[in-house]
Ligand binder design. Structure first.
Ligand code: NAD
Ligand code: TYD
Length: 351
């Protein structure tokens, strides 16, 4: 079986659903159930004999050791993290704790387990550390895209803490020989994303008749990847990636935030006509230290592992808008008291 951390979050839940649908082996999902988790998302697999859930903190060394002893996984896919840049600006220490200390604690538990395996099982063991392109910092308009040789230059507490976790993952390969691989992916979007990130926030605010708050001039560029394409890249790295390697994953879909928001408005006008959603767009005070552009050269994973995105931005964003239109209950359940407090904290003080 495989051990997945953070499987109740956005990408982890999509990964588990895709993995089980594609006939994958058993999964144990280890998740602390922070504000970003929604176990309801995995209701459809909760009775699948291949699925187990354990509520635990990746910073808890004893709990991690007990889970490795209980499940004897042949691989780990590590998603669990604090993942939102704006929250990292308001409270960086939570990010250092979970992303750096949590990853170190998990790597230690994995190493003890790996050391206990016989030679054949130890050689086949894999640890995939899921990371972000944000560790490479920001690009100018004409700079070449990030690739595996790009320098680490993180600019936010989020990306700095993820960079720390990437360095630890790398060190466990180089120092101990543990078969660790790191994936650095661009911005994901798709079903089941918590509405604090750009795309789901804009969709749910637009539907609710609320403002669509674009930071600064809205000309910051992100490369967008549909979440199931990210999940297939991770599955491919787990299956055939080379230990010790970094793999960059991207969607070949660079776009300024302004265009993303206008695309969402047009799709909503098509599928939920009667409103000019662009009238809800507002420009608000920029995010401090806001990275200007991310872009990914994913030729290594394409060349070595035969992976490339299957969804275009046009097809993926339409599926995403339709999913949110059809899942009002899911949206209502994640907009808890904590969510309301966050919206007030992050947007209340912006001009
Ligand atoms: P998310 O915030 O939606 O989910 C994170 C999950 O981790 C939640 O279920 C949460 O409960 C769990 N978690 C948090 N702290 C924990 C702890 N201490 N112990 C156990 N579980 C804990 O995140 P996401 O968007 O699904 O991102 C998953 C991973 O992918 C992260 O490592 C992130 O850095 C990386 N990533 C995300 C994106 C993106 O666009 N969302 C892009 C590239 C890489
Ligand atoms: P986000 O989804 O938070 O991802 P990241 O910061 O990790 O790239 O933001 C994506 C882009 O959208 C980023 O340039 C910030 C911008 N943004 C807004 O303009 N308004 C918003 O309300 C949010 C949440 C993000």
């Amino acid at each position: 079986m495989i051990l997945v951390t953070g499987g109740c979050g956005f990408i982890g839940s999509n990964f588990i659903l895709d993995w089980l649908t594609n006939g994958g082996e058993s999964v144990v999902n280890v998740d602390l159930l922070t504000y970003a988790a929604n176990p309801e998302t995995l209701a459809s697999v909760s009775t699948d004999a291949r699925y187990a859930f354990e509520r635990a903190d990746i910073c808890d060394a004893a709990a991690m050791a007990a889970l490795f002893a209980k499940y004897q996984p042949r691989a780990v896919v590590h998603f669990a993290a604090e993942s939102h840049v704006d929250r990292s600006i308001h409270g960086p220490l939570d990010f250092v704790r979970t992303n750096v200390l949590g990853t170190a604690t998990l790597l230690e538990a994995a190493r003890a387990h790996w050391k206990s395996l016989d030679a054949d099982a130890a050689a086949k063991f894999r640890f995939v550390h899921v990371s972000t392109d944000e560790v490479f910092g920001t690009l100018g308009a004409t700079d070449p895209k990030f690739n595996e040789a790009s320098q680490y230059q993180p600019n936010s507490p989020y990306s700095a803490s993820k960079a720390g976790s990437d360095h630890l993952a790398r060190a466990y390969f180089h120092t101990y020989g543990m078969p660790v691989m790191v994936t650095n992916c661009s911005n994901n979007y798709g079903p089941r994303q918590f509405p604090e990130k750009l795309i789901p926030l804009m969709i749910v605010n637009a539907i609710a008749g609320k403002p669509l708050p674009i930071y600064g001039d809205g000309m910051q560029i992100r490369d967008w990847l549909y979440v199931s394409d990210h999940c297939s890249a991770i599955a491919r790295v787990l299956e055939a990636g080379r230990p010790g390697e970094l793999y960059l994953v991207g969607g070949d879909a660079e776009m300024p935030n302004r265009d993303v928001v206008h695309t969402i408005c047009s799709l909503l006008a098509k599928h939920r006509p009667g409103t000019d959603y662009t009238k809800q767009i507002t420009h608000v005070t920029d995010r401090p230290g806001h990275d200007r552009r991310y872009a990914i050269d994913f030729s290594k994973i394409e060349r070595e592992l035969g992976w490339k995105p299957s969804e275009s931005f046009a097809s993926g964003i339409e599926k995403t808008v339709l999913w949110y239109l059809q899942n009002a209950t899911w949206i209502a359940h994640v907009q808890s008291g904590e969510y309301k407090q966050w919206v007030e904290k992050n947007y209340g003080a912006r001009a």
